[in-house]
Design a protein. Structure first.
Length: 677
C-alpha cells in the first residue's frame, strides 16, 4: 500500500473582475477581451442563450430536449438552434462593430436573470441592451434595446435570423399581420436537423414603443438560404431616448407537433402581451425561485459565487417537464447534452432540497425511460432495469463506443434509484412513490440482484465495472458501486414496506452480502486491485456522503486523510473537493473544510464572469456538475442539512471561521429556513 503524500495546492486569489467588493446579485465586467472571454448563460430551463463579447451578438442558442445524430461518436447530440437574437445597429449609416463600442460594460443580473451590455458610440449615442430567456414562457426570448442620442442621429436596427451550418433545407418566411391596433412583422425560419429527424423553427418580431400608425416601417431583406433579416429606421433628436425590443420563439418537432406555426404564434403572443407584461411575469417567476436561497454573511465573494451556482442550476431546470440537465446544462453543446450521474448525484440534491418541483422533472425524465433501461438490462443478460451511462432523448445507451463507461459504469443505475428514494424522503408523497418511485426502485433492485456474482456469504461480488473513479476501468468490487448497489436494494425494500407490499426477500439477502473492501490498516479500499494510485474523482469518500455506508467519524477521517492526497492538482473534475468539504464540515474541522471549499471551484473559474469549468485551468464552462457539488458542500456540509426517511433534518456542522452566518431559506415542501452561526 502506497504511503505517498502530497502538499495541499497553493491557491492564487486573483480577481477575475477587477472589482473590490462582490455584488451578491450582479456579476459585472468592463474587461472584455474576445480572446479571453467565456460567455455566461441566460436560460429558462428550456432555452439557453450564451453571451458574446461582440455587440448585439449571442454565441449560442441551445434548446433542451432537441437531439439528432451528427458529429461526435455516432450518438445523439444537442443541436445549435437558430440564433434568433442576433441583430445589428447602424447609427448615421455606420454599423456598430466591436471597435465602435467604447467603454463597454456587461453585467449578469442573477436576481432577474437578464444579461445587459452597454457602451458608447463616440459622441453620438449611448446604447444599452438586455436579453432574457423568459421564465414563464419556455420557448420565448426577449431583447430590450435602449438608445440615448447625444446629438441628432438616424438609427437602423435589424434582426438577423441565421441558420447554423449543421442544419439543412432551410426555409425563410416573412409575414405581416395588420390589425386595427397593431402591425405584427414576423421573421421566421425553419430547417431540418442533420439527419432530417427534427423540424427546427424560430420566429421573432419587433416590439416598438410607439402607438400603431406611428411605428417605423419594417423592411424585409433576403440574403441567402441561411440568412434573412428585417429592419427599420428611426430619427432620434439629441437628448432623446428611444427603446425597442425583439421577442421571439424557438421550438422543434421534439417539443410540438406543429413547430412552425407554434413559433409564429409564440412571437405573436409576446408582441400582444407587450414588453412590460412579459418582464413582469418573468421577474415574478424568478422572485418565486429565489424564495429558496443561500445567504452568507461575512464573505461577499463566496456569496456572489454561491448565487451564481444556484442561478445556473435554476436556469438549467424547469418544473413540469420530463427533462434533466447535462453536465454543461444549457451553456452549449458540451457532452452532447447527454444526462449522466452528474444529474442524480451532483446537481439533483441541491435542487431537491430547495425546489422539489424542479427535482420532480429530473426524476420524471428517468421514469419515462424506464422501459428503455429494462431493454438495456435484457441485452446484457441481466434482470430488472439498467440505466445507460449516457442518456439522451430515448433513454438508450448513448455513450460513444470507444468509451468503456458505456458498457461498464453500472453505478449510474443505483444513482438513479437513490435520487428516486430521496425524492420520496423529501416530499413524503406516497402516491408518487407508488406510481413512479416504486417501479424504478423495484426494477433497479432486481438488476443488482441479478448483477452480483454469488460466491458465498459476504462475497456477492460485483465484478468488471468502471468505478466512480473513472481512471479505474474493469475492476472488481469498486467501493462506490458496491455501496450504492446496497443502498438501492435497501431503499427498494423500505419502499415496499411503506406501500404495504412484500419486498423480494432476496434484495436484503444480496445487500447484506455485497462486500466493501478494506486495506489491512482499516482504510476503505477503492477496489480489489487498488494500491494507492492517483484517483480522478471521489469514490470511497462518497460512502460517507451522500451514502451512509460509512458513519463512524474515525473511519470517515481515516478515509479522507488517505484519499485527499491521491487527487492530482489538475485534470480532475470539481466535485471531489466538494465532498471533502462536506465531510470535514460535519467532522467539525472548519479550516480543512474551507480549504477544500476554495479548491473545489476557485481554480476552475474563467473570465470575465467567474464561470466554472470542469477542471482547474479548464475552458469548457459552464460545468453545472461542479456547481451542484459545491452547493451540496454549502447546504449539506456547512449547513448540515440531511435527507432522511422522515424528511430533511439538520445535523451538526461548522462554518468557515470568517463566515458570520449561513441562512438557507425555502427548504423542502414546507419552505423552512435553517440558520448556522
Amino acid at each position: 500500500m502506497s504511503l505517498r503524500r502530497t502538499f495541499f495546492p497553493v491557491l492564487l486569489f486573483i480577481s477575475l473582475q477587477g472589482i473590490a467588493q462582490a455584488d451578491p446579485w450582479k456579476i459585472s465586467t468592463n474587461a472584455i477581451k474576445p480572446s479571453d472571454y467565456y460567455g455566461v448563460t441566460v436560460a429558462n430551463g428550456m432555452l439557453g442563450i450564451v453571451s458574446s463579447p461582440e455587440p448585439f451578438k449571442v454565441k449560442d442558442v441551445v434548446l433542451a430536449g432537441a437531439y439528432d445524430l451528427y458529429g461526435r461518436g455516432r450518438v445523439s447530440n444537442f443541436l445549435r438552434s437558430f440564433n434568433l437574437l442576433n441583430m445589428y445597429l447602424e447609427i448615421d449609416g455606420r454599423r456598430i462593430g466591436t471597435n465602435d463600442a467604447q467603454n463597454m460594460k456587461q453585467e449578469l443580473d442573477m436576481k432577474q436573470a437578464g444579461f445587459n451590455t452597454q457602451f458608447d458610440h463616440g459622441d453620438k449615442a449611448s446604447v444599452s441592451y438586455t436579453y432574457y430567456s423568459l421564465r414563464h414562457l419556455p420557448f420565448t426570448v426577449l431583447m430590450d434595446v435602449t438608445i440615448t442620442a447625444k446629438k441628432d442621429i438616424t438609427i437602423t436596427g435589424a434582426s438577423v435570423m441565421e441558420a447554423p451550418d449543421a442544419l439543412k433545407e432551410v426555409q425563410n418566411y416573412y409575414n405581416e399581420i395588420d390589425r386595427p391596433h397593431v402591425v405584427i412583422s414576423l421573421l421566421t425560419s425553419t430547417a431540418k436537423s442533420p439527419t432530417g429527424k427534427l423540424l427546427m423553427c424560430a420566429s421573432n418580431t419587433f416590439l416598438f414603443s410607439e402607438d400603431h400608425g406611428h411605428e417605423p416601417r419594417v423592411i424585409h431583406e433576403m440574403w441567402d438560404n441561411n440568412m434573412h433579416l428585417m429592419k427599420f429606421s428611426k430619427k432620434i433628436k439629441a437628448g432623446e431616448t428611444y427603446r425597442f425590443s425583439i421577442a421571439g420563439a424557438s421550438i422543434t418537432s421534439a417539443h410540438h407537433d406543429d413547430p412552425l406555426n407554434e413559433a409564429e404564434r409564440s412571437a405573436i403572443f409576446a408582441k400582444l402581451e407587450g414588453r412590460e407584461r412579459l418582464l413582469s411575469f418573468h421577474k415574478k417567476a424568478w422572485d418565486e425561485l429565489w424564495t429558496s436561497d443561500i445567504k452568507v454573511e461575512g464573505d461577499d465573494q463566496a456569496q456572489q459565487d454561491i448565487h451564481s451556482m444556484l442561478y445556473h442550476l435554476y436556469s438549467f431546470t424547469r418544473e413540469g417537464t420530463a427533462l434533466s440537465p447535462s453536465p454543461m446544462g444549457l451553456s452549449g453543446l458540451g457532452y452532447n447534452g447527454h444526462v449522466f450521474w452528474d444529474t442524480e448525484l451532483w446537481m439533483y440534491p441541491a435542487i431537491l432540497v430547495l425546489h422539489p418541483e424542479l427535482a420532480k422533472s429530473m426524476i420524471e425524465y428517468r421514469y419515462q425511460r424506464l422501459e428503455a433501461a429494462k431493454r438495456n438490462a435484457f441485452s446484457k443478460g441481466y434482470k430488472g432495469a439498467m440505466y445507460p451511462w449516457e442518456s439522451a432523448e430515448t433513454g438508450v445507451e448513448e455513450t460513444p463506443v470507444w468509451a468503456l463507461s458505456g458498457p461498464f459504469e453500472h453505478h449510474i443505475t443505483a444513482c438513479v434509484a437513490i435520487a428516486t428514494w430521496n425524492y420520496y424522503c423529501v416530499t413524503q408523497d406516497k402516491n408518487w412513490l407508488k406510481e413512479k418511485g416504486w417501479p424504478i426502485l423495484s426494477a433497479t433492485a432486481d438488476f443488482w440482484a441479478s448483477r452480483v456474482e454469488r460466491n458465498g456469504p459476504g462475497h456477492y461480488d460485483i465484478k468488471n465495472v468502471v468505478a466512480a473513479d473513472e481512471w479505474a476501468e474493469n475492476v472488481d468490487n469498486n467501493a462506490f458501486t458496491n455501496a450504492a448497489a446496497k443502498a438501492n436494494l435497501q431503499f427498494a425494500a423500505e419502499a415496499a414496506k411503506i406501500l404495504g407490499l412484500t419486498p423480494d426477500a432476496d434484495w436484503m439477502n444480496v445487500a447484506l452480502n455485497i462486500p466493501v473492501l478494506k486495506f489491512p490498516d482499516g482504510v476503505t479500499r477503492e477496489h480489489a486491485t487498488y494500491n494507492g494510485e492517483g484517483i480522478k474523482q471521489a469514490d470511497v469518500n462518497l460512502l460517507s456522503y451522500p451514502l451512509k455506508e460509512v458513519t463512524d467519524p474515525k473511519q470517515i477521517r481515516k478515509d479522507l486523510e488517505y484519499y485527499e492526497t491521491r487527487v492530482p492538482n489538475e485534470g480532475t473534475p470539481a466535485m471531489t473537493q466538494a465532498v471533502f468539504t462536506t465531510l470535514y464540515a460535519r467532522l467539525g474541522d472548519a479550516d480543512k473544510a474551507y480549504h477544500w471549499f476554495k479548491d473545489a471551484y476557485l481554480p476552475n473559474l474563467n473570465p470575465p464572469f467567474r464561470v466554472i469549468a470542469e477542471t482547474k485551468g479548464g475552458t469548457n464552462p459552464y460545468f453545472a456538475t461542479g456547481a451542484g457539488g459545491v452547493l451540496q458542500s454549502v447546504l449539506m456540509g456547512f449547513g448540515g442539512l440531511e435527507i432522511t426517511a422522515k424528511g430533511i433534518v439538520q445535523v451538526k456542522s461548522v462554518l468557515p471561521k470568517h463566515w458570520k452566518s449561513l441562512t438557507i431559506t425555502g427548504v423542502g415542501p414546507e419552505k423552512k429556513s435553517y440558520i448556522v452561526k
